[in-house]
Write a new protein. Sequence first.
Lengths: 112, 115
Amino acid sequence: GENVEQHPSTLSVQEGDSAVIKCTYSDSASNYFPWYKQELGKRPQLIIDIRSNVGEKKDQRIAVTLNKTAKHFSLHITETQPEDSAVYFCAAQNTGGFKTIFGAGTRLFVKA
Amino acid sequence: GAGVSQSPSNKVTEKGKDVELRCDPISGHTALYWYRQRLGQGLEFLIYFQGNSAPDKSGLPSDRFSAERTGESVSTLTIQRTQQEDSAVYLCASSTLPGDPYEQYFGPGTRLTVT
């Protein structure tokens, strides 16, 4: 069945450093790749997304890259701040439908 | 405007009892999703609705789980004969436009504890 693998499961960085989270997906029909941030005890919220016809997308300190051939996509956070500390989930959504498969999540700690 | 709401926010039930969880999506959102999130885990896809139809029920863990949606609005997730492994936060999300993937707006979740 469809699967999304996410690494690392935990990431600790110093404030100001960059953080990179990587995901791979199995369903070649996937064409939409969102990233969600979930703070402790709160609901997931979309922070950035990318569609299959684009290789890279950037929004201020956050960027996402997509390699459809390799079925890889990554989240890059630059100049990390303590408020970036949260669990980040990648996801893949298949063409023509709404089934969304999430990765297991990455717990990011940004140390001040 | 109003976001996705879910009720109850917390539910404690005894093993073997049935529970019903409710989701009110954002008005006008045609797609509605249910996920399960066990403590410290990721989001496990359960089912989605396009309008009132559920084209893909393959994510439901067992035949004890069922879901329905009426009026392209409220949805209920029913778990029969609850087991301790059903304990989790059940999240609902909704999104716009059929036939086009789009941002999912999540509700606050229902924390289910089966004793």
